[in-house]
Write a new protein. Structure first.
Ligand SMILES: Nc1ncnc2c1ncn2[C@@H]1O[C@H](COP(=O)(O)OP(=O)(O)OP(=O)(O)O)[C@@H](O)[C@H]1O
Ligand SMILES: [Mg+2]
Length: 286
């Protein structure tokens, strides 16, 4: 029940990406201490590529094929489950988040300790708090069920949850203002995403990039303006909670009047209509 890969490569990316040499990476997964791998690292650093390469190598091994690696020892896997990317299918009533959760539900219902689960970021399509909470709950579930899982995320808090996960991250080198993506997997978690740097590299207008950096430094940085803003918001919240509480006694003073839709008759008899209504099975109404 192990997946051991030495210097594994992505069979497609290494053939088509000539702008940089393909950097191989190892993998060790089992059903014991190494069953839950959480992979963090900056945007564009190689997380998705790595997850897919492990899935592909595992599938190739199952069909008896050669695998793109120096060495590999891969046990029998009953299914490979993946939850990758963000897409929707509006014609089938699926929003992005709905689709993400449907796929997650499938994984949680059907995976076994013989399966390999690949989750490439989970909980991005909703509020950050809900997303993080769902992601953590899913990790805990998979851990308890002893399901071999590789899980990439930008929610850095997940690297510190109190279950024995194995943290890995992709290395990056900062040279002055320049970022060098080393594409090499290393042990331990990271708390940096370099999202704005990558936005700049992707050609987002300089003024927007500059504004984003300013916002990080001020509004969204605990040390900066944010501390102030948060305190203010908390205070506002407290005030509103207090004012709500203060309203309670005066509300209590009012006499509550409960109206009954089907008030029984004084003599206790029930009309035919009332009987029919009470016998309706609400669940089977269309
Ligand atoms: N091991 C590697 N060697 C060489 N190039 C790589 C390697 N891994 C990834 N790349 C290149 O880097 C690009 C970005 O990688 P990838 O999409 O896997 O990053 P990511 O960490 O998932 O980013 P994001 O957080 O934005 O999803 C790929 O399109 C690929 O061309
Ligand atoms: Mg990715």
């Amino acid at each position: 029940d192990q997946i051991i890969i030495k210097n594994g490569r992505h069979p497609v990316i290494e053939q088509i990406n000539f702008s940089e040499p393909f950097i191989p990476n190892d993998c060790y997964v089992d059903t014991g201490e190494n069953r839950l791998l959480v992979i963090t690292g900056p945007n564009w650093s190689g997380k998705s590529t790595y997850l897919r390469q492990i899935a592909l190598i595992t599938i190739l091994a199952q069909i008896g094929s050669f695998v793109p690696a120096d060495e590999a020892e891969i046990g029998i896997i009953d299914r490979v489950f993946t939850r990758i990317g963000a897409s929707d299918d509006l014609t089938r009533g699926q929003s992005t988040f709905m689709m993400e959760m449907n796929e997650t539900a499938q994984i949680l219902h059907h995976s076994t300790p013989k399966s390999l689960v690949i989750i490439d970021e989970l909980g991005r399509g909703t509020s950050t708090t809900d997303g993080k909470s769902i992601a953590r709950a899913v990790l805990e579930f998979l851990y308890e069920r002893k399901i071999k899982t590789l899980f990439s995320t930008h929610f850095h808090e997940l690297t510190e949850i109190p279950i024995p996960i194995k943290n890995f991250h992709f290395l990056i080198k900062e040279e002055g203002k320049k970022l060098i993506f080393l594409r090499k997997l290393s042990e331990g978690g990271t708390d940096k995403s370099y999202g704005i740097h990558v936005a700049e590299m992707a050609g987002v207008p300089g003024s927007v990039v500059k504004r984003a950096f300013d916002l990080v430094d001020t509004v969204y940085n605990d040390e900066g303006l944010n501390g102030h803003v948060v305190k203010k918001t908390n205070q506002d919240e407290k005030n509103s909670i207090l004012s709500n509480r203060e309203e309670v006694p005066s509300q209590r003073k009012q006499k509550t009047v409960q109206t009954f839709l089907f008030k029984p008759k004084h003599n206790g008899t029930i009309s035919v209509l009332e009987k029919e209504i009470t016998e309706i099975d609400l669940e089977s109404l269309t």
